[in-house]
Design a protein around this ligand. Structure first.
Ligand code: C2E
Ligand code: MG
Ligand code: MG
Length: 741
């Protein structure tokens, strides 16, 4: 294609052009001064009836469907045939003037170009010239104004001039066509360059095979980078695919030959001996009869993606602290074990739930790192007490699950296994310099005796475990009489799982009063659960359940998001109210927390100052290193941080100095009675002084009366919150409060 194009391209061809062209025409057609003179002599005679001829000429063009179409188009776009007739007459006039100048040659060439643009075909042009010729020859033969001797030479001169005219016009036509062709060619070349560069840049190997002749039509330029070896055909790199995988690839190819799109993964040996995973995709192309004539293919290295999927799978099913299976995997295995046991009459499945006794105290007194260390040690001891075919999982917190998938005498087996498990807690756990003793409670259920599905078995094992704790024994089988309340508690946990989706949670807002101005400086968002049966539930009655069941993170996210949006709504009404939310310690161990806070602010288009995080003092102290790192990042966003319930923990103020805190919030247990209790009043006073010395703002919570209010104002406390000003109230009521202020 390209070669042909080049052949016709102007410049490649030795052609006359410009002046040379005109001279060549005059030369080849042997047009001399005599011809011009003759034409000038008979110019008027030959113009006789010129206009009539032009009209006939157009009538004639109207007679051909193809030319009529062009004229109709011309008329439809506002053109007038009379105008064309006049032009035509003028043309005849010029033609008969015998003008063979350069200028006239260029004019003709231009007319040719215009004809090309209007898609007037060469054959019509020639037909028109024939009409001219016939018309003029008729005149030459019959006009009395022409001398007989001149008729022959005049005829010849007219023929030559007409040839010249027509030739030059076709030259112009030809030139314009070649130019257009050349432009098209340029476009094709540019496109081709783009496609080539695109294909070279794509990290996949693309190829195309003619399946009729079995030969390659295309292999993309990046082939070498993908497959650093010979690309054998028709299936690239088949020879390097390891023998075990070759059959699958060939089978896929055969399927493609039958017209199916196929994807296949296999291992390919690299020249350096390494194995890498490759995916090949075959796309068959069928002709009209349904025969596969071509297969286009793609080949890509999926080693990294595969490894990533495996890592993700491992992450999704493993507890990162202990390395044990997590709840998800445990549930899967339990489901499988139940399915397997269902197929046989005699098989039973044993499920045990184990909870450590008083583990929380270790966390609170020695800190999270010590707690974590303890959990890892427990996991190791338990694992060594079990068989490989059993599953030991960490289900969350200090709760472990044990699955014995294939048992024939459950009660005897459990007696043995539970004893071994409890034995793990006889020796002390050494953490730092301490020897710590820990106990465990195990609840046991047996499929099919105590339930036939995962949910029932899990919840009954939970009830059995609580029974064990209450009765202070090592382990217990489930028994309906164990704890009638357990069922209600579990039900509440199940309801809570739905509460977010069903929109049952709400935030109430309690104002924080600036003690200097008396105005509202902020609000604390406090969560409530509007339960469809039990009515409004207070946070202390469901947040512990949320913590136990892993719902605390989504709930906290919801609280932050809702609070930030509420702050924006108030700000739109001209009220600057910073909203404080309570973030529990557990959530600080969620690696995505900071990112999500930033994201929520961004989505709500809210400034970070809208938000304050309240964190309970105990949480801080149990894991200061970790929590302070997270707090630094949150503070860097511009979010304020306050320490809540201050005074209830044992934090030294020197410690606190390292944290990016803005505010200390004195716990209500000191504030509520301070008007009557001197001790409390003294604590509050010294806390305010110390905090101010360290540069913190101080807010007191639990102000229930005017006396306390005045005392705090006198002590120089910065802000206050309590029933004396307002209870926590729904957002609409709070808005009304703001409007009044
Ligand atoms: P907190 O963060 O110390 O919140 C202050 C609690 O004191 C609130 O109880 C509030 O209603 C109560 N309070 C305020 N003024 C007075 C007063 O003058 N006298 C008395 N006696 N109490 C007053 P609430 O709403 O029941 O919340 C209790 C705790 O639950 C909160 O203590 C906080 O630790 C937690 N909490 C509340 N909402 C959330 C939440 O959205 N997320 C999390 N993680 N915890 C929350
Ligand atoms: Mg609070
Ligand atoms: Mg508090």
């Amino acid at each position: 294609m390209q070669n042909n194009l080049e052949e016709v391209a102007p410049g490649k061809w030795r052609r006359y052009s410009g002046e040379g062209l005109n001279a060549a025409f005059n030369d080849f057609l042997q047009i001399g001064p005599a011809d011009s003179r003759l034409l000038q002599t008979y110019h008027d005679a030959l113009l006789q009836g010129g206009e009539r001829f032009s009209k006939i000429f157009y009538a004639y063009l109207q007679g051909y469907p193809a030319t009529a179409k062009v004229l109709d188009y011309y008329k439809a776009h506002g053109g007038k045939i009379e105008h064309l007739v006049a032009k035509q007459t003028q043309h005849l006039d010029q033609l008969l003037a015998g003008d063979t100048s350069e200028e006239s040659a260029q004019r003709m060439a231009f007319i040719g170009e215009v004809h090309y643009r209007y898609r007037i075909e060469p054959v019509w042009i020639m037909g028109a010239y024939l009409l001219y010729l016939e018309h003029l020859q008729g005149l030459i033969r019959s006009s009395p104004a022409i001398r007989d001797n001149d008729r022959d030479p005049l005829d010849k001169a007219v023929v030559k001039l007409l040839f010249r005219d027509m030739g030059l016009m076709l030259e112009g036509y030809w030139d314009a066509a070649a130019k257009a062709l050349h432009q098209e060619q340029d476009k094709v070349v540019t496109l081709q360059e783009q496609v080539t560069s695109l294909l070279a840049n794509i990290p996949q190997l693309l190829w195309s095979v003619d399946t009729i002749n079995n030969h390659p039509l295309y292999v993309s330029p990046s082939a070498r980078e993908i497959c650093q070896m010979d690309i054998d055909m028709p299936i690239p790199c088949l020879g390097w695919t390891i023998p075990e995988d070759r059959e699958t690839v060939k089978l896929a190819w055969r399927k493609a030959l039958m017209g199916h799109k196929v994807e296949v993964e296999s291992r390919v040996q690299q020249p350096d001996g390494r194995l890498r995973w490759f995916r090949r995709i075959f796309y068959p192309l069928l002709d009209k009869t349904g025969r596969v004539v071509r297969i286009d293919g793609l080949m890509e290295d999926t080693t990294e993606a595969k490894a990533m999927i495996e890592r993700l799978h491992a992450l999704a099913t493993t507890d990162s602290l202990s390395g044990l299976p997590n709840r998800t995997l445990f549930n899967d295995r339990l489901t499988q074990a139940i399915a397997a046991a269902t197929r046989s009459d005699s098989r039973q499945v044993v499920l045990m739930l184990m909870d450590l006794n008083h583990f929380k105290e270790i966390n609170d007194t020695l800190g999270h790192p010590a707690g974590d260390q303890m959990l890892v040690m427990v996991a190791q001891r338990l694992a060594s007490a079990l068989r490989d075919s059993d599953t030991l999982a960490r289900l969350g917190g200090d709760e472990f699950g044990i699955l014995l998938p294939d048992v024939t005498d459950a009660h005897r087996t459990v007696a043995k296994v539970a004893k071994k498990l409890l034995q793990c807690f006889v020796a002390p756990f050494r953490i730092g310099d301490n020897d710590l003793y820990l106990g465990a409670a195990i609840g046991v259920v047996v499929y099919p005796e105590h339930g036939e599905d995962v949910d029932t078995l899990m919840s009954r094992a939970d009830i059995a475990m609580y029974g064990t704790k209450n009765k202070d024994v090592g382990y217990l089988f489930y028994d309906a009489t164990l704890d009638p309340n357990a069922q209600a508690r579990l039900q509440l946990a199940a309801d809570l799982r739905q509460a977010l989706a069903r929109n049952e949670l709400e935030l109430h807002y309690q104002p924080k009063i600036d003690l200097q101005s008396g105005g509202i400086e902020g609000a604390e968002a406090l969560i409530r659960w509007r339960h469809p049966q039990h009515g409004l539930i207070q946070p202390m009655d469901f947040l512990p359940i949320a913590e136990r069941s892993g719902l605390i993170t989504p709930i906290t996210d919801w609280v932050i998001d809702t609070a930030v949006r509420q702050c924006m709504r108030w700000s739109e009404h001209g009220h600057r109210v910073r909203v404080a939310v309570n973030v529990p310690g557990r959530v600080f161990h969620d690696p995505g927390l900071v990112h999500r806070i930033a994201q929520m602010l961004k989505v709500a288009d809210a400034p970070a100052e809208c938000l304050e995080i309240e964190i309970i003092e105990n949480v801080l102290m149990s894991d200061i290193e970790h929590v302070s790192r997270i707090l630094d990042r949150i503070s860097a966003l511009g979010v304020h941080i306050a320490i809540d319930d201050f005074g209830t923990g044992y934090s030294s103020l020197a410690y606190l100095k390292k944290l990016p805190l803005k505010t200390l919030k004195i716990d209500k247990s000191f504030v509520m009675d301070m008007a009557h209790d001197e001790n409390d009043a003294a604590i509050v006073r010294s806390t305010i002084d110390l905090a101010h010395n360290l540069g913190y703002r101080v807010i007191a919570e639990g102000i229930e009366n005017a006396a306390t209010h005045h005392m705090l104002a006198e002590l120089g406390c910065d802000a206050a919150q309590g029933f004396h000003f307002s209870h926590p109230i729904p957002s609409e009521d709070f808005s009304r409060l703001l409007a009044l202020a």
